[in-house]
Design a protein around this ligand. Structure first.
Ligand code: PNS
Length: 165
């Protein structure tokens, strides 16, 4: 497995500025990056997977990220199966708090046992430390302005009310 190829997995429902910050910083650390939308059965989704993929692609295109980033989705099995398929040796996750550490640590250990895939945790830029998709979903559902928390493409999409269609 190639330790220069990394996967950034998540629900991305919707993508936030915190996600984009992690993707940008991972893009500076690895030669190839896969941003992977993973269906999380524990969470009720706001956006269909295809919409999350489109918003991620647009947000990355409009950012200053310089390397080619593959944006894909995965619902066919283990996350590490995707990593093995694309020869990625690393998973990159953003860690905002002790709650994230507690949630991510067992998954990181299991993923290493399952397929020798390492997990690298990146600490957020403090500006994004409190941003989460669930917070954005709540503000959007109640008609608030989400533009401080999400990339412009996501703000435009949520602003138009397209999510209700
Ligand atoms: O953005 P999220 O919801 O915090 O992302 C969580 C996600 C989808 C990355 C996480 O649930 C995950 O890694 N799922 C993979 C499922 C899997 O392979 N499980 C078995 C080993 S841990």
């Amino acid at each position: 497995m190639n330790s220069r190829i990394a996967v950034v997995p998540g629900s991305f429902d919707p993508p936030t500025l915190g996600h984009l910050d992690v993707i940008r910083r991972a893009s500076q650390l690895y030669d190839q990056l896969h941003v992977l939308v993973v269906h999380n059965p524990d969470k009720e989704a706001m956006l269909p997977i295809a919409q999350r993929l489109a918003l991620l692609e647009q947000s990355i295109e409009e950012s200053d990220i310089e390397i080619d980033v593959v944006v894909a989705s995965w619902s066919m099995g283990l996350l590490v199966d995707y990593a093995v398929d694309v020869d990625a040796g690393v998973l990159v996750k953003g860690i905002r708090s002790q709650v994230d550490v507690a949630y991510e640590t067992p998954m990181a250990i299991v993923n290493r046992h399952l397929a020798h895939v390492e997990t690298v945790f990146l600490l957020p830029d403090p500006a994004h430390a409190l941003v989460s998709s669930s917070l954005v979903r709540q503000v959007a559902a109640l008609g608030g302005d989400v533009s401080p928390y999400v990339p412009p493409a996501v703000a435009r999409f949520l602003d138009t009310g397209a999510r209700d269609i």
